[in-house]
Ligand binder design. Structure first.
Ligand code: SF4
Length: 436
């Protein structure tokens, strides 16, 4: 797929539907992150900037013409414009989709602290009339979010227990999770960190906190792997991200840098040539992309992943198993096949964490096992993710597999293949001795 390359002056100040601009001054509590200037500075205006635009999918082009008729392609493909114009309230949302009663109730009543925010690009993927459409269910709340079950917890993974300094989760000896922001371009209703993501009352993640977190990593020589997460690290401007990565790269014992992000799926415009040029300076750098459903695998996302892969960044996916959204073999097969085609290795399939109001999203573990059973042996091995439960109480990721070892007979183990046929494998001391 070819992208169109344009040489252009800095984009015009953004315009939009009048009613859309009226409420776009809300923030997530991290004001500076999304408070991009509405007008380019004189200095910027003098510079000729190279804009490389994605090819539009027919769906997003139709949506832009319908709801943002005064917006140029340049503006639509400017990730900062997308962030400034996120859909965040019932008034705007109801102009784009026909809200069900459950959705309207959730949008108008105070529920969990996780706000609603949907980039115009991602909104273009939503079905206007079907409130049960898979990806629509992941971003528009419903009243079921208000149902809290006894087994649910705000911090089910006990991350706060494993936080030695603000922003660091240190659970495994050789690696840390570095939460660098609490903002995301689009908020997922099942978010494990909904206790802090987009939360006004939580302190912002700024240079002071980052400094302390980096000092912690520098002081702990056993940390060889740092995963930047949040929130979404790619919600940060390039300069801030570059500052973080360059500070971390200077720590001799940090071998591997990783970024966890949903930007390629909800804001593919964020993957600019400038960003990929900057990221490739910090190799080895890996990116895990949060992907939920094959409906997200658009031409725009494909082009965003191509830019990252062409920059030499290995890409893996992380998917949360969600009831009625992606919990069947066919949907998951479409997803993993589509991911391989855009050079993303399906990495983890997560059992949904029991956060408050998540019961309508959670499936039985047997569903996940059934999906792995339906993939393993039936498709390319690279396409099969590892199915894990992140153990409540902070036990870390525990892999789950269907039963393939059925028992022993004498020195043999009895194993089952993907078709259910039984095989023996010599596994006694005798067999080992003969090999040697
Ligand atoms: S992108 Fe990740 S951190 Fe942000 S809301 Fe979704 S699940 Fe949570």
């Amino acid at each position: 797929m070819e992208s169109e390359t344009l040489f252009n002056e800095e984009v015009e100040p953004p315009g939009s539907l009048t009613e859309f601009t009226a409420t776009q001054n809300q923030t997530d509590g991290c004001v500076d992150l999304f408070n991009f200037p509405q007008r380019p500075s004189l200095v910027v205006l003098k510079n000729v900037r190279r804009l490389t635009l994605f090819q539009d999918s027919p769906k997003s082009e139709f949506f832009r013409n319908r709801f943002f008729p005064n917006i140029s392609r340049n503006e639509w493909h400017d990730w900062r414009w997308q962030l400034r114009n996120r859909i965040r309230d019932v008034h705007l949302l109801s102009q784009i989709v026909r809200l069900s009663e459950k959705e309207r109730y959730a949008m108008t009543h105070q529920g969990r602290s996780l706000p609603v925010a949907i980039t115009p690009y991602y909104a273009s993927l939503l079905d206007e009339n079907d409130s049960l459409q898979s990806i629509r269910r992941t971003v528009i709340p419903i009243s079921d979010e208000f149902i809290h079950k006894p087994e649910e917890a705000y911090d089910p993974l006990d991350e706060e227990e494993n936080t030695p300094t603000e922003g660091i989760v240190h659970r495994y000896p050789d690696r840390v999770l570095f939460l660098v922001t609490n903002a995301c371009p689009t908020y997922c209703r099942y978010c494990t960190r909904s206790r802090m993501v987009g939360n006004h009352s939580r302190q912002c993640f700024d240079a002071v906190h980052w400094d302390k977190a980096i000092s912690y990593i520098a002081a702990n020589k056993n940390i060889r792997d740092v995963l930047l997460s949040g929130g979404d690290p790619l919600a940060l401007p390039d300069k801030k991200l570059e500052w973080l990565l360059s500070r971390l790269r200077k720590i001799p014992h940090v071998e591997l840098l990783r970024i966890g992000t949903k930007a390629p799926a909800v804001l593919p415009q964020r993957i600019t040539p400038d960003l990929t040029r900057m990221l490739k300076r910090f190799h080895p750098l890996w990116i895990s992309i949060h992907v939920t459903h094959p409906g997200e695998l658009t031409p725009e996302m494909s082009q965003a992943c191509a830019r990252l892969a062409d920059a030499g960044i290995p890409l893996g996916s992380q998917t949360v198993l969600l009831s009625g959204i992606n919990d069947d073999v066919d949907t998951m097969k479409k997803l993993v096949h589509g991911l391989l085609q855009i050079r993303v290795k399906p990495y983890y399939l997560y059992q949904c964490d029991p956060i408050p109001g998540s019961s309508h999203f959670r499936t039985k573990v047997s569903k996940g096992l059934e999906i792995i059973e339906g993939l393993r042996g039936h498709t390319t091995g690279y396409a099969v993710p590892t199915y894990v439960i992140d153990a409540p109480g902070g036990g870390g990721k525990i892999p789950l597999l269907p039963e393939y070892v059925l028992g022993r007979r004498g020195d043999d183990i009895i194993i089952r293949n993907y078709q259910g046929r039984l095989y023996h494998y010599p596994d006694g001391d005798q067999a080992v001795a003969e090999i040697h």
